[in-house]
Design a protein around this ligand. Structure first.
Ligand code: ARG
Length: 456
């Protein structure tokens, strides 16, 4: 049963069929397509547009098809045009003429949008759950490391010491914004185009509220032209997904650096590293590198979707069939990368001793010497100058700031004393930053409880 044969006199060229078929991409929409069709048929029957026995046959047939697909007893013809036509075709073979009535007051244009949105909404919710798992893992690890001191960096140079917990939780908040963005996107995804038909609506007395409620959409679309040609939700999702990938990639970059012998801050688990076929000593951070590398797929999908839509006149155009390639690429990549990140963090063996050792003599306690002078009455700019000279003196003489004696300190500036000296150990420096959102253990504990509250 062709979906549109009537007006044609010649068969579609085989090359055109192959070129335009989307079934190998959109077959994963089958469950959403079946749900949408059942809701549509029920509504048509309630509105006396379809006989109740036809609606019942359609529902029964579609449910059977769903069972067959799940059991693998019926598979899609890879040469079919798309999943929607293929399921309708199968339904016709099962229930006969009732199948031909299912498409009343509907077009593939509103059907495709309805299926894609239902599918995307489910996947986006699942992605939120994946992200929350990652966040939960971060809080678990952070809870064990509020006292683990490590270099906090700017410009990849030692700046001021922070705790490992504080560093890990920085990612918690990035992923929190990612989850919030997705949650804010969901109502726009769940805007139902069904009932817009091809582009202009329908003359049949349909009840869109009923199908909306049946399918769990948040609202029905207000304009049929917009409804069948809107792919903003795909682009928005891919933009959100790009941001998630960017966050994951930054984290991966740090893990790759930290697992080098030069840093030695972490040993990644055997479960998530791979060896070399020639160098027996190697444990490579391939998972982190692949996540970092796969960012390109998602950015590419975003650019692909944006470019696909640019310049399209209203309303539906076949260009839009490409949306699913980009959407699925984005969804699959971001979900698998998020889950692998969680695994990698769960298997990470942090090395607090190496982190602390890297701080020795790094002058990341210099700000605290300046703060000490400010507390003793020196203007900050002047204190900054004094400490700059002090650091220069230390470098020249091969000394570590935290190892200077009180006498040596005093020789550099009369206001430097025992009180100054007591502030110099890196853990003390970290512990001093108690401002809200700061790295001191008590501030991080507050942060941790805020984080955990969001996960509940
Ligand atoms: N597979 C197509 C898509 O996803 C179906 C829409 C076909 N509509 C049409 N007017 N040719 O866009």
């Amino acid at each position: 049963m062709s979906l549109w044969g009537g007006v044609f006199e010649k068969e579609t060229d085989e090359a055109v069929k192959a070129f335009s078929s989307s079934i190998n991409v959109d077959s994963r929409l089958w469950a959403a397509d079946i749900r949408g069709s059942i809701a549509h048929a029920k509504m048509l029957a309630k509105q006396n547009i379809l006989k109740p026995e036809d609606a019942a046959a359609i529902e029964r047939g579609l449910l059977e098809i769903a069972e067959e697909i799940k059991a693998g007893t019926w598979t899609f013809d890879p040469k079919a045009e798309d999943v929607h036509g293929e399921i309708e075709d199968r339904l016709f073979k099962k229930v006969g003429d009732a199948a031909k009535r299912m498409h009343t007051a509907r077009s593939r244009n509103d059907q495709v949008g309805t299926s894609t949105r239902l599918f995307a909404a489910g996947e986006i919710s699942a992605l939120c759950a994946d992200l929350k798992q990652l966040q939960a893992e971060l809080t678990t690890q952070a809870a064990q490391h509020t006292a683990t001191v490590m270099p906090g960096m700017t410009h990849l140079q030692h700046a001021q010491p922070v705790s490992l917990a504080h560093h890990l939780l920085a990612y918690f908040w990035m992923f929190q914004r990612d989850v919030e963005r997705l949650e804010q996107l969901l109502p726009r995804v769940l805007s139902m185009p069904l009932g817009s038909a091809a582009l202009a609506g329908t003359g049949f007395p349909i009840d869109r509220e009923q199908t909306k409620n049946e399918l769990g959409f948040a609202k029905v679309t207000e304009n049929s032209l917009d409804a069948v040609s809107d792919r903003d939700y795909v682009i928005e999702f891919l933009s959100d997904a790009s941001m998630i990938m960017m966050h994951l990639s930054r984290f991966c970059e740090e893990l790759i650096l930290w697992s080098t012998p030069e840093f030695g801050f972490v040993q990644l688990g055997d479960e998530v590293t791979t060896g070399s076929s020639i160098m027996p000593q190697k444990k490579n951070p391939d998972v982190a590198e692949l996540i970092r590398g796969r960012v390109g797929r998602v950015y590419g999908a975003l650019m692909g979707a944006l470019t696909m839509m640019k310049g399209l006149p209203l309303s539906y155009n076949r260009d839009m069939q490409e949306d699913k390639i980009h959407l699925f690429e984005g969804l699959d990549t971001v979900r698998s990368c998020t889950r692998l990140m969680t695994l990698m963090i769960a298997k990470a063996d942090w090395k607090p001793a190496a982190m602390e050792a890297s701080l020795s003599g790094d002058f990341s306690n210099a700000t605290d010497v300046a703060d000490d002078l400010v507390e003793k009455g020196l203007p900050f700019r002047e204190a900054h100058e004094v400490v700059g000279l002090l650091v220069k003196w230390c470098i020249k003489n091969g000394r570590k700031l935290e190892e200077l004696s009180v006498t040596e300190l005093k020789a550099q500036h009369p206001l430097l004393d025992e009180k100054t000296r007591a502030k110099l150990p890196h853990k003390t420096v970290m512990g001093a930053r108690r401002s809200a959102g700061g790295t001191a253990p008590e501030a991080v504990l507050t942060q941790l409880s805020q984080a955990k509250k969001l996960l509940r």
